[in-house]
Design a protein around this ligand. Structure first.
Ligand code: DAT
Length: 171
């Protein structure tokens, strides 16, 4: 494998898509948005009334991604992380956003009421970070601040340096 696979995860609205797409355009790596992939391929197995979102068909997502992941150079973006095979990823970034910023972003996305509250709580309780620590070796799990455009630039620089180093070490 010539290039590493990265997982970008975190609560909806923290900036995974923004970071992932920019990283892909700067590195030439492949960006995969699992939510969009599920929508396009209708890879669902029901609807969660309580959380007001479709339930992913995780097995089909994994089957569809397997070949691409084994080639390397893939940036995966999803707000959950516990169902992917652990072996897929060389590094996992959990993006973190302060509540006031996250609230505004989710509100302008049209979230309100319980859905808005649930997502804010998810961030407060660092649900996704803990899920990542339970799913991957803790040495490869890193949190990134994702509050401002300066954070975005800093994260891009840091991740690109990490990728370069990985390629030196592994090729
Ligand atoms: P996600 O993919 O995690 O749901 P997103 O990339 O769609 O999040 O970003 C949600 C909104 O926040 C979008 O309007 C872009 C903005 N945003 C993302 N990262 C940011 C950052 N570091 N600073 C300021 N705004 C950011």
């Amino acid at each position: 494998m010539r290039r590493p696979n990265l997982l970008l995860t975190g609560t909806p609205g923290v900036g995974k898509t923004t970071l992932g797409k920019e990283l892909a355009s700067r590195t030439g790596m492949t960006y995969v948005n699992v939510g969009d992939m599920a929508k396009d391929g209708e890879l669902y197995e029901g609807f969660d009334e309580e959380y007001d979102c479709p339930i992913l068909d995780e097995d089909r997502i994994i089957d569809e991604l397997e070949d691409k992941m084994s080639e390397g150079g893939v940036i995966v973006d999803y707000h959950g992380c516990d169902f992917f095979p652990e072996r897929w990823f060389h590094i996992v970034f959990v993006l973190r956003t302060e509540n006031s910023f996250l609230y505004d972003r989710l509100e302008s996305r049209g979230y309100k009421g319980k859905k808005l509250q649930d997502n804010i709580q998810c961030e407060i309780f660092q649900t996704v970070y803990e899920e990542a620590l339970l799913s991957y070796r803790k040495e490869i799990v890193h949190q990134l601040h994702s509050n401002t455009p300066e954070d975005l630039e800093g994260n891009l620089d840091q991740i690109m340096q990490w990728i370069e180093q990985w390629m030196k070490d592994n090729n």
